[in-house]
Design a binder for this molecule. Structure first.
Ligand code: NAD
Ligand code: DAU
Length: 333
């Protein structure tokens, strides 16, 4: 199988590339990534010399490049590439529209022209908006509330339209908040762990009572792998960890494991339009045979431990050194 992974140098994409190469040794994996601030080839250092892996630096919105890649004969395409940080989308939404919507369009067009066996559009639980009580099912209305989730909702429905209109074998997944190794330290867990290691304040938005459902990144990878073969064309699948938690609870768990004082918690002004709670009903996918691994506290501990053990990785990013380092490395190749 020839598998095109877009955004494979980011958090979930790099975990998926590693997962794919170790679970499917016959697959050829192509990673198309623009290497924005969030893309980091260090995430894939351990597989870069694997003969079944190829990195292509480029933009998913570059129609010519994308068309050329699909003309090689792609069996599976998994579109992870996106601008992903809600706070950045609130400050400056433009790149979100260009990458998340136009980029997805370019991939879908190329897939339509050359044909694929499966196109997975990695969407998000944020497209549903916020829910006070109960959980969202796949047929619920989409009410995204920030520029990131609105662009993702655009891409989600655009992908579906290529199934409904042209018969493209599209599957849409809507996952909850992922956690695990290699997450860019601007997101809650890696930001708070790395700040706490350095005895820096943990900026907790608003009253800290917003709820997220936490999904271990390897469980997300296993769900995507499962859906490549078991998903039904045109269907949507919620993928959640079943670990709902308030932000203050997560923050206290992080501090307790690192044996740091709760005095590091610094309540700050709330995020604009901050979604109160995300919650997914995943019975559709679970009934098909997939399930998350469970044991949230152990997985969180394992994740915190990974950041403690991999200081070099996040210090380069936090000091802004990584981009410079990468450009030098790449220029020498
Ligand atoms: P990330 O920000 O860590 O990585 C995004 C990757 O995409 C980076 O490597 C970046 O360089 C690349 N990229 C950005 N623009 C590009 C472009 N125009 N062309 C090619 N590559 C480009 O993101 P993530 O957290 O790994 O999320 C991956 C996907 O999963 C996204 O589509 C996101 O919406 C979705 N998702 C994320 C979560 C989560 O909790 N992180 C949950 C549900 C869904
Ligand atoms: O739900 C899936 C989504 O999860 C993905 O689609 C997004 O790409 C991903 O970024 C994530 O979005 P969130 O906004 O939920 O994640 P973030 O880590 O930014 O924030 C998690 C919660 O923590 C949220 O309620 C805001 C809060 N927060 C976040 C940061 C960065 C803080 O209180 N302080 C912070 O400094």
């Amino acid at each position: 199988m020839k598998v095109l992974v877009t955004g494979g140098a980011g958090f979930i994409g790099s975990n998926f590339v590693r997962y794919a190469l170790s679970n499917h040794t016959d697959w050829e994996v192509i990673n198309l990534d623009k290497l924005t601030y969030a893309g980091n080839l260090e995430n894939l250092k351990d597989v870069e010399s694997n003969p079944k892996y190829r990195f292509v630096q480029g933009d998913i919105a570059d129609e010519e490049l994308v068309n050329k890649l699909f003309s090689e004969g792609i069996d599976y395409c998994l579109n992870f590439a996106a601008e992903t940080h809600v706070d950045r989308s609130i400050g400056d939404p433009k790149d979100f529209i260009v990458t998340d919507v136009q980029g997805t369009y370019a991939l879908l067009e190329a897939a339509k022209t050359h044909g694929v066996k499966r196109f997975i559009q990695i969407s998000t639980d944020e497209v549903y908006g916020s829910i006070q009580e109960g959980s969202f099912v796949e047929t619920d209305m989409l009410t995204p509330r920030n520029p990131y989730s609105a662009s993702k909702a655009g891409a989600d429905r655009l992908a579906y339209s290529y199934h409904a209109t042209y018969g493209l074998p599209v599957v849409v997944t809507r996952a909850s908040n992922n956690f695990g190794p290699y997450q860019y330290p601007e997101k809650l867990i890696p930001l708070f762990v790395t700040n706490a290691v350095d005895d820096q304040a943990l900026p907790l938005y608003g009253d800290g009572l917003n709820v997220r459902d936490w999904l271990f990144v390897e469980d997300h990878c296993s769900a995507l792998d499962f859906l490549l073969t078991n998903g039904v064309d045109g269907e949507i699948y919620n993928v959640g960890g079943g670990n709902e938690c308030t932000n203050i609870e997560i923050t206290k768990k992080v501090l307790a494991q690192l044996k740091k004082s709760e005095d590091l918690i610094k309540p700050v002004k709330d995020r604009q339009g901050h979604d109160r709670r995300y919650s997914l009903d995943c019975s559709k996918l679970i009934a098909m045979g997939w399930k998350p691994s469970g044991g949230f506290d152990e997985l969180l501990e394992k994740t915190i431990h990974w950041y403690v053990e991999n200081e070099d990785w996040w210090r380069k990013i936090k000091s802004g050194e990584y981009k410079e380092y990468y450009l030098k490395q790449y220029a020498n190749r």
